[in-house]
Ligand binder design. Sequence first.
Ligand code: NAD
Length: 312
Amino acid sequence: MATAVVTGGAGFLGSHLCDHLASKGFRVVCVDNLETGSLQNVEHLRGDSFTFLNHDVTEHLAVDEDVDVVFHLASPASPIDYLRLPLQTLKVGSYGTHNALGLAKFKRARFLLASTSEVYGDPAIHPQPETYWGNVNPIGPRGVYDEAKRYAEALTMAYHRQQGVDTCIVRIFNTYGPRMRPNDGRAIPTFLRQAHANEPLTVFGDGSQTRSFCYVDDLIRGLVLLAESGEHLPVNIGNPQELTLLELAETVIRVTGAKSEIVYEALPVDDPQVRQPDITRARQLLGWEPQIGLEEGLRRVLQATQRESLSV
Ligand code: NAD
């Protein structure tokens, strides 16, 4: 039985990755300090082939068993979280990534870094290919997240080039799905929460900024394909279906049948104007592309939320 370590495994994406790996027959070691994650996200996985380690990855990371692959996802990810936790965010990108890479090196395991489209900052190229170096403000409030991930990418390539660690880097674009926290500040859970309560949907700026939203199952499939490949350079994984925030709000109102209106609020500092992945490399290297469109994905989130509220 192959063993996977998932740091940040009790978070939104990490818990879906743990589910997927467990369903593929992996033994899963989930490492999380529950800073933004929750045991509820993984409680259904308890059993002989699942271990939960309550551990801060900025401290030395050791596991007893042999390890085949380390998925390093631990990091605050929502703007609300990394603006609240600026030093922890920088530390988890630096010390945390050192420790996760050190574990992969010691165990001779494949290593996957969960990086982000935020490494492109406010991009001057559209859509964003992996060859674009980005346009990031290092001293703005968002710099703690963007630069932590850029450092983590540099560190990952250094471990690969100097130490021979078998690494890969995924640049994740906005992803949504069940288990997102309703108050985590990201657009889709916020709009769904507001629509559910028939409250106004709050759009930042004039709502003309664009985003591209990937359903979590598509994303996880891409992550695992990348981990199984021999690729070392960054690969974008995200849904190229691009829409404005205003269109997103209108879609949420349509899919939920809410009676909400749309209101406008001030744009956050350094909010990127556009965001759309160029997924040519993912298509060519991994044969990957998303299969679930936005409306279908939103319906799946609603169904999962209804199931959860029925089981409480
Ligand atoms: P999340 O906040 O739900 O999950 C992050 C997890 O990491 C949480 O369970 C948290 O408790 C854990 N964590 C944070 N600091 C830790 C530490 N020091 N030690 C151990 N665990 C720690 O966020 P998510 O959306 O699931 O994001 C997961 C990863 O994917 C992050 O690295 C994020 O940067 C990346 N990512 C996510 C998206 C997205 O749209 N969800 C987009 C781009 C990149």
